[in-house]
Design a binder for this molecule. Structure first.
Ligand code: NAI
Length: 256
């Protein structure tokens, strides 16, 4: 049995991942704003520090895998704080604990929205690690009436961070597989209001076409998170794996 840390553990995809991993006998430490083993706000420096401190205590200093699910979809600069900087802080902060494992793995939940048109200035600021500049760029998008671009930009920047980072000394050379998954539309408390309203549902389904089996349940994403973070995954790293009912193939099937 392995020891996992899952952020966003109280709801949706994170909650389904926790349930699946516990069912299989793994030890899982959950983190979330509330309703999990660790209470931490990953939008803040204090919350990120608290996550690492509590995870170190509860795990005894070793984690076999980290599953970074915490995220929001608000048309607000908070979205880049949580989805990019919170996720990167989770992965970088917990990396020393992963390094103590014999088979360490990490995965972050990106999105099909990562391939939608992004705010290039926002993505560049996030990838440069400058949170203040990223928040300023996100606020500028809001002020232009384009706050909706922040979410996809945050999911693009975190996916690109994974691809840039996975092959480095700290990760691949330390034996730590690092990947992203990019789900299509998954029915969770995040998306339920959009799916229940026929008008917004049509917009969502236009942006994320899912010819194979339509919208997913969180339980249909969890097995991929489990496998990517299992000891069995020895060679998949630096990938953005789409679990999207074919949306990526529809939207950019001519690119490999
Ligand atoms: P959800 O809203 O059900 O769960 C997200 C969890 O993250 C919540 O429990 C929430 O409290 C936690 N969280 C939010 N802000 C936080 C913060 N500042 N600090 C700590 N925890 C925080 O949403 P869902 O759908 O399960 O989303 C999980 C991840 O999957 C997110 O990163 C989301 O962007 C991503 N995703 C979701 C898709 C969907 O269609 N539902 C599609 C693609 C990606």
């Amino acid at each position: 049995a392995r020891t996992y840390l899952v952020t966003g553990a109280a709801s949706g995809i994170g909650r389904a991942a926790v349930a699946r991993l516990r069912d299989r006998g793994h030890t899982v430490i959950g983190a979330d704003l509330e309703g999990a083993d660790i209470t931490a706000d990953l939008a803040t420096a204090e919350g990120r520090t608290a996550l690492v401190a509590r995870a170190t205590e509860l795990s005894g200093g070793r984690l076999d895998a980290v599953v970074a699910c915490a995220g929001i979809a608000a048309f607000d600069p908070l979205t880049i704080r949580v989805n990019h900087f919170g996720a990167v802080a989770t992965l970088e902060g917990l990396r020393p604990l992963l390094a103590a494992s014999a088979a360490p793995r990490a995965v972050v939940v990106s999105s099909v929205a990562s391939i939608h048109p992004a705010d290039e200035a926002l993505v560049a600021a996030a990838l440069s690690g400058d949170e203040d500049a990223a928040v300023t760029a996100a606020q500028a998008a809001v002020d232009r009436g384009e706050g909706r671009v922040i979410y996809g930009s945050s999911k693009q920047s975190v996916a690109r961070w994974v691809r840039r980072t996975a092959a480095t000394e700290d990760w691949a050379a330390a034996g730590i597989a690092l990947n992203a998954v990019a789900p299509g539309t998954v029915v969770t408390p995040m998306t339920r209001p959009m799916i229940d309203d026929p008008q917004t549902r049509a917009v969502v389904d236009g942006a994320v076409p899912m010819p194979l089996n339509g919208h997913a349940a969180p339980e249909q994403v969890a097995p991929l998170l489990e496998w990517l973070t299992s000891a069995e995954n020895t060679h998949v790293t630096g990938q953005v794996v789409f679990v999207d009912g074919g949306a990526d193939a529809v939207l950019r099937g001519d690119r490999t």
